[in-house]
Write a protein that binds this ligand. Structure first.
Ligand code: FAD
Length: 395
């Protein structure tokens, strides 16, 4: 037998990135290996995350809002941000979610649509990990169709009064600030859906944790309950009206997932290849059997193609020329392939594949959430279908 090569080496992935991009990926991978990987199975098993400590460390690493500029953000390329997501999700989708929600959802909303006062107040603290953010769009009755949301913001003098409930909100129970999307009173001036920057210690705000998840366990998820939450006029995000606001934030986070999913898939495949090299069945290593090699070769192709797609979209994004339906191509393909790969790798590990000794079942379970959040696969099929046919089939 010859020395095995990695998928990245086989595809010559390094030739697609520059020195700075590779350095950022290596720094995040190193942090992942030293600080996250030794603990992540335990966090997953316990259904928790040491969010405060990790926020400070990830802030120091510079990954929160890293593709944003100013206000203490690193101002890297979109590709570098994607590669950081990839290396984080190679450890666990929950950790990548932590960074996605902080940077691409909460910080991006404030950065893109906030007043200068809102930016100054929150962004430097959030970039440093001294404040944790969350993003409340989904409601108990409205996920794929956020236009139906019931959370309402009514005017009372200059103030806003928020009432309603949000569901499945990553980081909500540990957040210092929530970007909450609500329907404003049409008669009162501002039209339709608007975003509000809500400090979570305000009276009437609560965020009970959602327990008993079988997926994304190393991530804290909660509801948001708003009971007559009184906010000053300055709490509204002035820069955007309507669903374009939350949808453009989701587009940012989805972009990170296009890369991230490849990280989870790569980690599963690498684990399966190593396992197959040492596990002897019928008197020789599993890696030496043709059926195993067919699985490995096919999975490597999908990891490679997915990475090429991610890099293509990353370069388009850096050129300022990416369309939402193009991000849909990447999210749909890469998450769907990643979950298939995780399950196929699980077969290679046999019974050992079902334990937390190996990352494979953890990735497979996590990817169930990744398949659903940031637009389900079906929503992305409908986006792509609409782009290709011109027909809107959402309703
Ligand atoms: P539904 O919208 O009820 O969909 C159920 C099924 O119906 C899906 O398969 C869907 O694709 C399908 N479907 C819907 N419409 C159509 C149609 N027109 N045609 C065909 N099929 C259709 N949300 C936030 O706002 N912030 C967060 O931080 C956040 N974090 C999350 C973390 C986790 C772990 C999870 C699981 C979810 C999170 N979400 C968050 C919520 C997530 O975005 C929603 O779950 C997602 O949008 C889907 O909504 P739903 O669960 O209500 O499913």
């Amino acid at each position: 037998s010859t020395a095995p090569r990695s998928v990245a080496d086989l595809f010559a992935f390094d030739t697609l990135t520059d020195d700075e991009e590779r350095a950022i990926a290596a720094t995040v991978a190193d942090f992942g290996a030293k600080r996250l990987r030794p603990h992540v199975a335990g966090w997953f098993e316990d259904g928790t995350l040491p969010a405060r400590d990790l926020a400070l460390e990830l802030g120091e690493l510079g990954v929160f809002g890293m593709h944003l500029t100013g206000y203490g953000c690193a101002g890297t390329s979109a590709v570098s941000y994607g590669l950081a997501c990839l290396e984080l999700e190679a450890v666990d989708s929950g950790l990548r979610s932590f960074v996605s929600v902080q940077g691409s959802l909460a910080m991006f909303a404030i950065h893109a649509f906030g007043s200068d006062e809102q930016r100054q107040e929150w962004l430097p603290r959030m970039a440093a990990g001294r404040a944790i953010g969350c993003f409340g769009l989904t409601e108990p009755d409205f996920g794929s169709n956020p236009a139906g949301m019931r959370t309402a913001a009514k005017r009372d003098g200059d103030d806003w009064i928020l009432n309603g409930a949000k569901m499945w909100i990553t980081n909500a129970p540990v957040a210092d600030v929530a970007v909450v999307w609500a329907k404003t009173d049409l008669a009162e001036g501002a039209r339709g859906v608007r975003g509000f920057v809500v400090p979570t210690d305000i009276p009437g705000f609560s965020a009970p944790e959602i327990k008993h998840k079988m997926s994304l366990r190393a991530s804290i998820t909660g509801e948001i309950v708003l009971e007559d939450v009184r906010l000053p006029a300055s709490a509204m995000l002035p820069g955007v009206e309507g669903l374009r606001g939350p949808l453009s934030c989701l587009n940012e986070a989805r972009f990170g997932i296009v890369f991230g999913a490849i990280g989870a898939a790569r980690d599963c495949l690498q684990t399966a290849i190593e396992y197959a090299g040492t596990r002897e069945v019928f008197d020789k290593p599993l890696a030496g059997y043709q059926l195993t090699q067919a699985k490995i070769a096919d999975m490597a192709l999908e990891v490679g193609k997915g990475f090429l797609l991610a890099m293509h979209l990353g370069r388009r994004k850096d050129a300022g020329e990416i369309a939402p339906e193009q991000v849909s191509l990447g999210k749909l393909n890469n998450v769907r392939e990643a979950i298939e790969i995780a399950r196929e790798c699980r077969t290679i590990l046999g019974a050992n594949g079902i334990t937390l000794e190996y990352p494979v079942i953890r990735h497979a379970n996590n990817l169930e959430s990744v398949l659903t959040y940031e637009g389900t696969s079906e929503m992305h099929q409908l986006m792509i279908g609409k782009a290709l046919t011109g027909w809107d089939a959402f309703r």
